[in-house]
Structure formats: C-alpha cells, structure tokens
Ligand binder design. Structure first.
Ligand SMILES: C[S@@+](CC[C@H](N)C(=O)[O-])C[C@H]1O[C@@H](n2cnc3c(N)ncnc32)[C@H](O)[C@@H]1O
Length: 295
C-alpha cells in the first residue's frame, strides 16, 4: 500500500504521529544547484522530524553527493541519529566536470535512531533495529565452498597470548553459507573480474517509464537491495523526497508499504503512476490508511 503526499516534506511530516515508520530511505536534494529544487542538503530540523516519526532502532539511509556528504551526515547526526555506515554506490555513467576527476560514486549515509535498550529488546518491542543480510547475499559462482578453518582461512586470535594461527584440524571447519557471500558496503558497477562481488544495478528507460522526465531517477534494483536489508518485511518506508517514486516502486513488491512526499506536482503524478503499477504480492495485507493521519 502506498500514499504520496503532494507537499513540502517538513509540512507533511508534521501531520504524522511519532514512531509511524519502520525505515526511511531517501534521495534528497544534494545541494549542488543542479535543479531549482537542488538548493541545499536537508536541514537538521527536517531530519529531526524524520527521527520523531521513525520507531526506535529504525534505519535512515540518505543518498548524498561526494562533495557535500559531510554536510548531510552532520545534519543527520545533529538530529539525534547514530551514524552506522557509509555505502558507496559505484556509478560509471556520470560525465566529468571541469577541473575535477570523473565522478564514479555516490555515498549513502546509513544512520539509526538509537535502540531502546539492546538490539534484541528493541526488535522484540518495535520490530526494527536489525539489518537483514540473508536476502542480500552475493550468490556463489558455482558450488558454495566447504571446509574453511572455523573463524577464518588462517584463523588469527587478536589480543590473546599464545598461538594465533591454526589449521582445520585445530579449529574445526565451517562451510560457506549456501545463499552466497556476505554483502559489502560497496555496491554497483565495477570492472570484471571483480563485478561478481558487487551488485550492479542501472536505471533502464523501461523501468523509469516513458513519461518519466525526472532528472535523477535511481535504479529500482539498487533501491530494492537497500529496502530488503534495512526495512523489515511488512514494514512501512518513508521517502520525504520521493521524486518519481523509485523507493516506492522497489518497496511495494517486497511486501513493504510506502509513504512518499514530493513537492513538485508533476513528479507526484509520475510517482503515483509508477507506484500504481508496481506489483504487490496478493498475500500481502496492506496497512489500513484510514487509521493513519496525513494532510
Ligand atoms: C533527487 S530527487 C529524488 C529522485 C528519486 N530518487 C527518483 O528516483 O525519482 C529529490 C526530489 O526532492 C524533491 N524536493 C526537494 N525539496 C523538497 C521539499 N522541501 N519537500 C518535498 N520534496 C522536495 C524534488 O522536487 C525532487 O524531486
């Protein structure tokens, strides 16, 4: 189920109750002046509203430009979030600019509203706070490896006296997870033969839709990968700068509800159109939006 509010983000968020959302994944203005709406990175006040409307332990992911990542991250941190990670999205389709190297990545700040108590206690109470690795593993090329030394290829024990490396015989063996490698915080397009370690999405014309003239559409596959890791199943994702609605297009088929906010009416129309055709599994029980409050 989805809802797109045609409004300014701060105004629309004001009408939502505390702890309404399970995750926020957004691609806000980068503050580069590339479009009339690209005036500055979101303010601390905006992130404070996102903080208020997220459940304790919920994750916030915000795309940034390489130049102004620090401003984005500081505002997120000053709003009360704990910075947890930086994901690097490698993207090789950008054009070089005067007096600069060719841009080939966009950072994503990964932050978390602090948990109430331990992660386990927080998860039991609110259903958020843990990331989901299992649906984001990188598949093995062939058969999953077996017979590793438990704890590492050549196990080393840090900070302990005595023997620090050992063999399978000494430490036992461990088989690889059959679902694939543990995913890393670099995602995107790299040169073969390393490509197999990194997920490589691209926004195709088909997935954007013929009538989508938004200049900064994100790839659905990338957004889906982030959604699966950071938003629990059946959870509700907020995107306060939703543009043409790609976060929603990724969220809806993965059994998450979507709340988008976008201030440009033309983009709201495109987001509505794209979300309305995003496939929703039939067994998914949508949220009852009559019980929720919005402008
Ligand atoms: C980088 S784009 C998002 C693109 C989106 N990820 C997609 O795939 O289509 C940022 C969007 O934020 C919107 N925006 C900028 N300031 C806003 C505000 N104060 N409130 C709501 N939306 C805003 C812009 O109109 C723009 O569409």
């Amino acid at each position: 189920m989805y809802l797109i509010s045609s409004s300014d983000a701060l105004e629309a968020l004001d009408s939502w109750d505390d702890m309404s959302f399970d995750c926020c994944i957004t691609d806000p203005p980068y503050g580069m002046g590339m479009e009339h709406w690209d005036y500055s990175v979101p303010t601390k006040e905006l992130w404070q509203e996102v903080y208020r409307t997220l459940k304790p332990g919920a994750f916030l992911l915000s795309f940034c430009s390489p130049q102004l990542y620090h401003r984005m991250a500081v505002n997120v941190e000053d709003a009360g979030f704990e910075i947890k990670d930086q994901i690097m999205w490698m993207v090789t389709t950008k054009m070089p600019k005067t007096n600069r190297l060719k841009p080939a990545h966009e950072p994503i700040v990964v932050a978390q509203k602090p948990c109430e108590g331990s992660i386990e206690k927080n998860y039991a109470k609110y259903g958020v706070g843990k990331i989901n690795i299992e649906d984001a593993r990188v598949p093995w090329d062939g058969k999953p490896p077996t017979g590793w030394v438990a704890g590492g290829v050549k196990r080393r024990t840090f900070g302990k006296d005595g023997k620090t490396t050992g063999t399978q015989k000494e430490f036992g063996t461990k088989d690889a997870n059959p679902k694939g490698r543990y995913p890393s915080n670099i995602v995107g397009e790299v040169q073969a033969p390393h490509q197999k370690y990194f997920y490589a999405p691209r926004a195709t014309r088909k997935e954007k839709g013929d009538n989508n003239n938004h200049p900064t559409v994100k790839p659905v596959a990338l957004m889906e990968w982030l959604v699966k890791i950071y938003c629990p199943e059946k959870g509700t994702i907020l995107d306060p700068f939703c543009g043409s609605g790609t976060t929603g297009v990724a969220a809806l088929p993965t059994e998450r509800s979507f709340i988008g906010i976008e201030k440009e009416p033309e983009y709201v129309r495109i987001a509505e159109e794209r979300c309305s055709v995003a496939e929703v599994p039939t067994e998914f029980t949508p949220l009852d939006f009559n019980t929720l409050q919005l402008n």
